[in-house]
Design a protein around this ligand. Structure first.
Ligand SMILES: [Mn+2]
Length: 357
C-alpha cells in the first residue's frame, strides 16, 4: 500500500480509535483537509478502515481533482447513488460523520437506503485533529501571513486624508492577489473614524480624514491555508485618548502573548488581555474573544475566550487580537498570528505595530 497522505492518516486514527468502519466527509474544508483538493459543494470523501481513502467528485472536477488530490479520486454521475453504493460495497456498518456539516438530505438518504448503518458524530474528534498543525500546514500559513503583510504594507502606504476605505481595501487586496493569494478568507475590513468602533465593520465609501484611526483587518490564502492580521493606523495626529486606547491594546496583546504555551488554558490567555485592559479602564470596551485558531478556515478551534474549554497544544496556530471600541468615537485592534510551542510561542507575523502617533 502506498504511504497515506499525512492528514488523511490522522482521520484514519479516528476511524480506528472509535472502532468505526468508515468516516464520511462532505463539507469542502474537511474534504480539503484529507485530500488537498480545493473543491466546491457536491464532493465527498470516505476514509474506510479496510481500504485506501477515496475522494468522489463530479465529472467536471475529475481532471483537476486527479492533479491536486493526495488520495485516490473517483468520479460520480449521481452523488447519492455513488455514496450509497460505496458504503454498501465496503460493508460499512459504523460510519462517522460531522452532523453539523452534513446536509440533512444526505443523512436521510443513508438512513433510508442503509437502515442498518449506525451513524456517529465525529465533529469534535475532527476539529481536535485539525487544531494541531503539521509542518506542511504551518509553512502554508506562514506564507499566507507573508502575503497578508504585503497587503498591510500597501494599506499603510495608501492611507491618507481624502481617500476612501474601499480604495484602501482594493489596493491591499490587489497587492495580496499579485503576491499569490488564492482569495481573501473573509471580506477585508478597512474602518476609519467612528466605523473603527465596529469590530466587524463593512468597508465603505467613507472618506478617511486627518485625526482618525483606520483599522485594517485582512487575510490571504495560500495553498488552502489562511492568515488573519489587523493593524490600526493613524492619519496624522490623533487625540491623547486614542493614543491611550492604542497603548492599552498593545499592552494587552503583549500580556496575552506572554501567557501562551502548551498546556495552559486558552481562557487564561484571554484573561491576561482582559486584565490589562481593565488596568487601563477599558475592560467593558473589549467586546469579543482574544483570539481563535486559523488553518483552512479563518475561525477554527481553539477559541481563545473567557468561556473556552480548550487547552493550548504545541502546533496550534492562534490569533491574538484584543481591541477597544468606543461607540461613535474610535476603535483600536491589533492582531497577530502565533504558533503555540512547548515552552511558549512563536509570533509568526512580523509587521510593525507602532502606527498611531
Ligand atoms: Mn481574527
Amino acid at each position: 500500500m502506498q504511504e497515506m497522505f499525512q492528514r488523511a492518516l490522522k482521520i484514519m486514527d479516528i476511524v480506528l480509535s472509535k472502532d468505526l468502519d468508515c468516516i464520511l466527509l462532505v463539507d469542502v474544508s474537511n474534504v480539503f483537509y484529507v485530500s488537498d483538493f480545493r473543491g466546491y459543494e457536491g464532493i465527498f470523501a470516505l476514509i474506510p478502515k479496510e481500504h485506501d481513502p477515496l475522494l468522489f467528485v463530479p465529472k467536471l472536477e475529475y481532471e483537476r481533482a486527479k492533479e491536486e488530490s493526495k488520495i485516490h479520486v473517483e468520479q460520480y454521475t449521481n452523488f447519492s447513488a455513488a455514496l450509497i453504493e460505496s458504503l454498501r460495497n465496503m460493508k460499512c456498518k459504523k460510519v462517522g460523520l460531522c452532523y453539523k456539516r452534513t446536509p440533512h438530505t444526505i443523512v436521510n438518504t443513508i438512513k433510508t437506503k442503509l437502515p442498518n448503518i449506525e451513524l456517529t458524530d465525529v465533529s469534535e474528534n475532527i476539529a481536535n485533529v485539525r487544531m494541531v498543525k503539521d509542518t506542511d500546514e504551518l509553512e502554508r500559513i506562514v506564507e499566507a501571513i507573508r502575503i497578508a503583510e504585503k497587503g498591510l504594507e500597501e494599506a499603510l502606504n495608501t492611507v491618507i486624508d481624502g481617500i476612501s476605505e474601499l480604495n484602501v481595501a482594493a489596493k491591499a487586496e490587489y497587492s495580496m492577489r499579485i503576491s499569490g493569494s488564492e482569495k481573501t478568507p473573509f471580506p477585508t475590513i478597512v474602518a476609519s473614524g467612528p466605523n473603527a468602533a465596529l469590530p466587524h465593520a463593512v468597508t465603505s465609501s467613507k472618506i478617511v480624514r486627518k485625526g482618525e484611526v483606520v483599522i485594517v483587518d485582512l487575510g490571504a490564502t495560500f495553498k488552502g491555508y489562511v492568515s488573519d492580521l489587523t493593524r490600526t493606523i493613524s492619519v496624522g495626529k490623533v487625540d491623547g485618548k486614542v493614543k491611550d486606547m492604542f497603548q492599552a491594546v498593545l499592552e494587552a496583546q503583549k500580556a496575552a502573548i506572554r501567557a501562551i504555551k502548551a498546556g495552559i488554558k486558552a481562557s487564561d490567555v484571554d484573561k491576561e488581555a482582559r486584565k490589562t485592559l481593565e488596568e487601563y479602564g477599558y475592560k467593558e470596551y473589549f467586546i469579543h474573544n482574544t483570539g481563535h485558531g486559523i488553518g483552512i478556515n479563518v475561525h477554527e478551534l481553539p477559541i481563545v475566550g473567557e468561556k473556552s474549554k480548550n487547552i493550548l497544544k504545541q502546533g496550534m496556530v492562534i490569533t491574538v487580537e484584543p481591541g477597544v471600541y468606543i461607540k461613535g468615537y474610535a476603535g483600536i485592534r491589533i492582531e497577530d498570528d502565533v504558533l503555540v510551542t512547548k515552552t511558549g510561542c512563536r509570533i509568526l507575523s512580523r509587521f510593525k505595530k507602532d502606527l498611531v502617533d
